[in-house]
Write a protein that binds this ligand. Structure first.
Ligand SMILES: C[S@@+](CC[C@H](N)C(=O)[O-])C[C@H]1O[C@@H](n2cnc3c(N)ncnc32)[C@H](O)[C@@H]1O
Length: 286
């Protein structure tokens, strides 16, 4: 666990994504999440296709077939938000801590001709500016790891869901115990926390316990570490090109530190210290 106070953590996260999102988009594209390489990670494919496939596989896994009002929590530059808005012909709202991401997401919605049904706000997932029961799908891809209070995070996601609405979350975890994490595992996690501005991560089993204590039915979890782990080899390869290196150097130390986190992240997923966890559930009817 890092000891950064929440307000400072939020500033660090905002600055990290304000500084790095343009570079990520130009080198890696609109999705700031892992790709899906088949259940055992053995299928070779284009990295951008793998990221789109992850969204489709998550929809299948969570049995989400339709939605009318979608909230994308920790939306980046709106990769999933716009994908889901188009796919379900739905209204979609994305929230992020980064004003630059929100601005870029709005531009992308306008360029795609769907600004009338996709909107983006700078807002904190731990105190969402939405009434209870506002959405029928709450989607969160790889933002839970940034949250300093995981219970509050899942509680807020559940609060804004309508009865019968679906939660779909994918997040970085550490492996389930027992045994307790070793000193080496804790040191590796600390490196990843510091470099990606994560306060701490918890195990998938702990997320499941939190979800089961909320008014959610059909809580399911899955570990997709194998399916996504080839992603880091691909990212590390693609980071070693002149455009990426120039971008990293000119974007300053903050982003450069993020680039150095690629190797601990790859190693942690490969040796099982870090896992890729999924949680889904359906808000109980009143
Ligand atoms: C790794 S990016 C994932 C972006 C997006 N889900 C995607 O897959 O392309 C993490 C996102 O979480 C957001 N985030 C982190 N902490 C947050 C918080 N407390 N409230 C709202 N958004 C947060 C960041 O601003 C960023 O947009």
């Amino acid at each position: 666990m890092t000891t950064t106070a929440p307000q400072q953590l939020y500033r660090n996260i905002q600055e990290f994504y304000d500084a790095s999102s343009g570079l990520w988009e130009s080198v890696w594209g609109e999705h700031m999440h892992h790709g899906y390489y088949g259940a055992d990670g053995s299928i070779k494919k284009d990295r951008r296709q793998a990221q789109i496939d992850l969204i489709e596989e998550l929809l299948n896994w969570s049995e989400v077939e339709q939605a009318t009002d979608i909230l994308d929590v920790g939306c980046g530059i709106g990769g999933s938000t716009l994908h889901l808005a188009r796919q379900f012909n739905a209204n979609a709202t994305g929230i992020t801590l980064s004003p630059k991401q929100a601005q870029r997401a709005r531009q992308r919605a306008a360029a795609a001709g769907i600004a009338y049904k996709a909107n983006f706000q700078v807002a904190n997932a731990l105190a969402m500016p939405f009434a209870d029961n506002s959405f029928d799908l709450v989607w969160s891809l790889e933002s839970g790891e940034h949250m300093p209070d995981k219970q509050q995070f899942l509680g807020e996601c559940c609060r804004v869901l309508r009865p019968g609405g679906r939660l779909m979350m994918a997040t970085w975890c550490h492996r389930n115990g027992p045994p307790e994490l070793s000193i080496q595992e804790s040191q590796l996690l600390k490196q990843v926390y510091d470099l990606f501005h994560l306060p701490y991560v918890i195990s998938l089993a702990e997320y499941e316990d939190i979800a089961k204590a909320l008014p959610l039915d059909k809580v399911c979890s899955a570990d997709w570490s194998k399916a996504v782990s080839p992603f880091w080899d691909v990212v590390i390869d693609s980071a070693i090109n002149p455009q990426a290196l120039f971008g990293l150097l000119s974007s300053g130390w903050t982003t450069l530190r993020g680039a150095f986190a690629l190797e601990p992240m790859r190693k942690g997923l490969a040796d099982g210290t870090i896992t890729y966890g999924l949680i889904s559930g359906q808000k109980q009817s009143l």
